[in-house]
Ligand binder design. Structure first.
Ligand code: HEM
Ligand SMILES: [Cu+2]
Length: 568
């Protein structure tokens, strides 16, 4: 309870939660968090094999009973890391933080129902991946055909991920009734924005699953429309990256400033960035289809321009966060041009993880400008550049930030001291260095034309060298980067489970580091306008439909009928 008292909005909250309620919501978040990280543990283990594959080392024959092909492993890696890990941790995080900020009890029944539905969906998809019936990769493009368990499982996971919106909007409405005329506290505002954006985003994949893939895999329809399915997939597939990143941004904007000894410089700018991220991310998914036929060039051009607009909220974030960190560093005695940077609390593994994630994100964002540009994308499309790019974004701004968050969150939730803090610091540096090495080398190899999703280590050695010998140096670095990151992950999970099973110590009970702000929302026109979340959601939907109706219309009028096939 005392943990949130310092936060002004929370302190002002009239409705007081009792400690049993807090304990109950802590249990819910802990369950989500641990489940998500268990999926990540399996996912990462397979990642190392993929790095080795590119370095020319084929470890798959040794894993035959468990992993029959590279593509079975790659499907599991993508699904477990990008869907299961993220959906579980994010759902728990977005329910818990607002409940503590507003000091309100979340709808626990709906919270647990979300968890169970997501778990059932995950188990179904896991079953279908383990029996090698569904090695369709995490993008599951038809006409590659997997088992109904896979598609139905993914459908359940997506549907479950929408339920936290109801929980958050309900708490926000209760709070607003008790505080007429006040703007929603920042973290709740951010959580609601992410989940509203996610509902609009999920329309694509949900309709792909329910209208096309579920009936087709159940044998109710005999053919499928691959272009329509891909387009609906990317309707969700682009904004999903913001669904991954923005929960990390909550920590970076609203918690990291306090953790590093400062304040958030501008609350209204944070709100503006979140709104713009919603508006610019949902309509632009077809930028993943620059090379697909059947989409008018004018649409590809519009989508390029809209995509590049995401630079605005990204730069707002970069400057606001950098200034907040500079303020913290100077308060801690940092002098001169860059003294504030070295004065940050680098020994705190939670702070180090998040600041390092920001550093790598600069490179991830820069590469993203290339991917987003229609012409330049032709150079890197479907090469190793692409996975290298998103390991520097979701692999850091989500994964590394949540690793860093775990270092205070687990003590906060369990009342147990962080196990081996020095090892925790090692773990974040190793993860950062490993992903940077694999990231840089992967970009390089991609520019030289090395394809992604290619089991190249299964080639006879002479042929591998003939095709990839010139970039062998870069490809070996991909493998080495993977091993370094995996060492970081091992260190991390020792700290993670060491904390979970460690001894209780009431003094270890860490407070939620809600930050104070230099410029708060009071009197801000931006904060007032941003408060109309319903309006912004409808506006985003209108823009999205304006882009997607002309895109989808020809695909529906001139359907392609493809029969399913298995290539593995
Ligand atoms: C030790 C850590 C990791 C290593 C070494 C690693 C390595 C790799 C490699 C080499 C690929 C490319 C495979 C290919 O194109 O054939 C890949 C793909 C991928 N990785 Fe990772 N990864 C790691 C962690 C993560 C994390 C933390 C996430 C997300 C949270 C993630 C998500 C993905 C996704 C979505 C793909 C694309 C799969 C596909 O193309 O179907 N990875 N990974
Ligand atoms: Cu995208």
């Amino acid at each position: 309870m005392s943990s949130v008292m310092t936060h002004p909005a929370a302190a002002a909250a009239a409705a007081v939660t009792v400690s049993q309620d807090v304990a109950a919501s802590k249990r819910l978040l802990l369950t989500f968090w641990v489940t998500g990280f268990c999926a990540l543990l399996v996912g990462i283990s397979i990642g190392v094999l993929q790095g080795a594959n590119y370095a020319g080392l084929n470890l798959y024959p040794y894993l035959a009973p468990f992993l029959k092909t590279y593509y079975q492993g790659l499907t599991m890696h993508g699904v477990l890391n990008a869907f299961v890990f993220t959906f579980f941790t994010i759902s728990g995080w977005l329910i818990y933080l607002p409940s503590r900020e507003l000091q309100l009890r979340p709808n626990m029944a709906l919270g647990w129902f979300t968890y169970l539905l997501m778990l059932v969906g995950t188990l179904m998809a896991a079953y279908a991946m383990l029996d090698n019936s569904s090695s369709v990769l995490y993008t599951f493009y038809p006409p590659l055909e997997g088992s109904p368990y896979f598609y139905l499982g993914i459908t359940l996971v997506v549907v479950a991920s929408l339920l936290p919106l109801i929980v958050v909007l309900d708490m926000r409405a209760r709070w607003k009734r008790a505080h007429p005329g006040q703007v929603t506290p920042l973290v709740t505002f951010m959580s609601a924005t992410i989940l509203l954006m996610w509902v609009l985003a999920a329309i694509g994949a949900a309709s792909e699953a329910v209208l096309l893939l579920d009936p087709w895999s159940l044998g109710l329809t005999s053919t499928v429309n691959p272009l329509l399915a891909r387009t609906l997939f990317w309707w969700t597939g682009h904004p999903i990256v913001y669904y991954w990143l923005m929960p990390g941004y909550i920590s970076i904007y609203a918690l990291l400033p306090r953790q590093s000894g400062g304040k958030l410089v501008s609350d209204p700018l944070a709100r503006l960035a979140f709104l713009l991220l919603m508006v610019f991310s949902v309509p632009v998914g077809t930028h993943h289809q620059y090379t697909d036929p059947g989409i008018a060039p004018v649409i590809k051009g519009v989508v390029t321009a809209l995509t590049l607009s995401v630079a605005i909220p990204s730069l707002i974030t970069a400057f606001t966060v950098a200034l907040s960190l500079e303020y913290a560093g100077r308060r801690r005695g940092g002098k001169g041009l860059m003294g504030w940077w070295t004065a940050l609390p680098w020994r705190d593994p939670s702070v180090a993880a998040q600041v390092l994630a920001l550093v790598s994100f600069i490179f991830g964002g820069a590469g993203g400008i290339v991917n987003a540009s229609w012409q330049l994308d032709n150079v890197v499309h479907n090469t190793l550049w692409i996975p290298a790019h998103f390991h520097l974004t979701v692999g850091t701004m989500t994964t590394l930030v949540f690793m860093g968050v775990s270092f205070w969150l687990l003590p906060h939730l369990t009342g147990r001291r962080l196990f081996a803090p020095r090892l925790a610091l090692w773990s974040v540096w190793l993860w950062f260095v490993g992903l940077m090495v694999w990231g840089f080398a992967g970009h390089w190899a991609g520019l030289d034309g090395v394809p992604r999703r290619a089991w190249i280590s299964a080639l006879p050695h002479a042929q591998y060298m003939q095709l990839y010998g010139e970039v062998h140096g870069a490809l070996i670095m991909v493998g080495i980067g993977g091993v370094i990151a995996a060492l970081g992950a091992i260190a991390f999970f020792i700290c993670f489970f060491g904390t979970l099973f460690g001894r209780r110590d009431e003094q270890a009970m860490h407070a939620i580091p809600f930050s104070d702000t230099i410029t708060g929302p009071e009197g801000s026109q931006i904060a007032r306008l941003a408060e109309h979340l319903g309006f912004w959601t409808v506006a985003t939907l209108v823009i999205t439909l304006a882009v997607y109706i002309p895109t989808l219309w020809p695909m529906i009028m001139h359907p392609i009928h493809a029969v399913g096939f298995r290539v593995w």
